[in-house]
Design a protein around this ligand. Structure first.
Ligand code: NDP
Ligand code: ZN
Length: 370
């Protein structure tokens, strides 16, 4: 079918959280066009673990969602319409959009490079605009977003690779950039534990190295050992065996948790491998009903701390695309032409951990007649 743009956008939408992996073709009205908005005709879109957790909604996902819901927030496409106040992009530009579609750009956080924490933030999908409109994501013909949230993409990067950098890449780059210690004694190289080798984790390994630290992969099985070293890891640790943490006592400056679940994580063991005042930072976000089980005594042993990190800022995004282009940081992707059937296959396989390491939907022009 040919999408009836600009009146309507078309996409593959979750219609029932029980059928989280069976999106259906649908059409919908875009949000009201704002002065700073741009319309992107989508070329490709990555499949993020967040798409799955959102789609599962109240059924062991992140909680209730608005249906029908088009997910997808690793978007690359072409600018085909610009609002009257847009200055950052021109018609025809290739741009990327990650998981955030709007911020006020006026509050204290926005003014200090932390717009990902803006209290008025609207996420790319299942986010609510002030007028009540619920945002729809990138498994779609088009997406409309604030110009500031859309990133210019260096020519050197292929679209299918740039896609995953928009969410997975930025989400790991921001905390690595902020939390890898910069003032270690002469001759010491920071050591970072990357937990969970999936879409986010495999990019964390590459960016960690480019930022001058040593990445060690911590994975539940040894299936990904060889690939971890190919990605540039200094070390590989399997966390499936009792006592795995013992040899690593007091070794790590930072732990970046990229796991989508908590069941396979022994927090006490992980915190024990941190140096004094080390940090366990989680970008992984498990289902809403999963909680850490940890005593203050665990932190008492080394003054360590626990935090989360959300997405990244525009400034960080621009820097990360530059770094990816210069250091040849390339997501490992499997492309799939977008369709109902392929959405189902890819979502199912991604949830089963059966992808190395990111699905990217392609051939949007064929699916939507754009
Ligand atoms: P993937 O499915 O690609 O990777 C997740 C990895 O987590 C797996 O490869 C696996 O690694 C590990 N894992 C899976 N299940 C469990 C479990 N039960 N216990 C412990 N580890 C497990 O997901 P993504 O990389 O796309 O996303 C990872 C997480 O990051 C998700 O929760 C996602 O929602 C979140 N996210 C957060 C963002 C933020 O701003 N903070 C932005 C984007 C995503 P292994 O086999 O090596 O153990
Ligand atoms: Zn994401």
């Amino acid at each position: 079918a040919k999408v009836n743009y600009p009146e309507e956008f078309a996409g593959f939408a979750i219609v029932d959280t029980k059928d989280w992996n069976k999106p259906k073709y649908t059409t919908y009205k875009p949000k009201q066009f704002g002065d700073y908005d741009i319309d992107i005709e989508i070329e490709c879109c990555g499949l993020c673990g967040s798409d799955i957790m959102t789609a599962k909604g109240g059924d062991h996902g992140w909680g209730s969602i608005t249906l029908p819901q088009v997910v997808g927030h690793e978007i690359i496409g072409k600018v085909i319409k610009t609002g009257p106040k847009v200055t950052l992009h021109k018609l025809g530009d290739r741009v990327g959009l990650g998981a955030q579609a709007f911020a006020c750009l006026d509050c204290n956080r926005c003014k200090h490079g932390n717009e990902q924490y803006c209290p008025h933030t609207v996420t790319t999908y299942d986010g609510v605009y002030p007028d009540g409109y619920v945002s729809q994501g990138g498994y779609a013909s088009h997406v409309r977003a604030h110009e500031y949230m859309c990133f210019p993409i260096p020519e050197k990067l292929d679209s299918i690779h740039a896609a995953s950098l928009c969410c997975a890449g930025l989400t790991v780059f921001s905390p690595l950039k902020r939390y890898i210690p910069k003032n270690l004694p002469e001759g010491q190289v920071p050591k970072v534990a990357i937990v969970g080798l999936g879409g986010l984790g495999h990019l964390a390994v590459q960016f960690c190295k480019a930022l001058g630290a040593e990445p060690y992969v911590f994975s539940r099985t040894d299936n990904k050992k060889e690939q971890s070293f190919k990605l540039g890891a200094t070390g590989f640790v399997t966390t499936g065996t009792e006592g795995w943490e013992k040899p690593f006592f007091d070794q790590f400056d930072l732990i970046l948790n990229c796991a989508i679940g908590l069941s396979g994580l022994n927090i006490d063991a992980f915190l024990s491998i941190l140096k004094v005042e080390g940090r366990f930072c989680s970008v992984g976000l498990p289902a809403a009903d999963e909680k850490y089980n940890v005593s203050p005594f665990t932190f008492f042993g080394n003054g360590s701390c626990l935090c989360s990190s959300a997405l990244g800022s525009r400034e960080e995004a621009v820097e990360l695309f530059q770094m990816a282009a210069e250091n040849n940081i390339v997501p490992w992707v499997e492309t799939v032409p977008i369709s109902e059937e392929n959405c189902q296959t890819a979502l199912t396989r991604a949830w089963d951990g059966d992808v190395r390491y990111r699905f990217v939907f392609t051939e949007f022009d064929k699916a939507f007649g754009t």
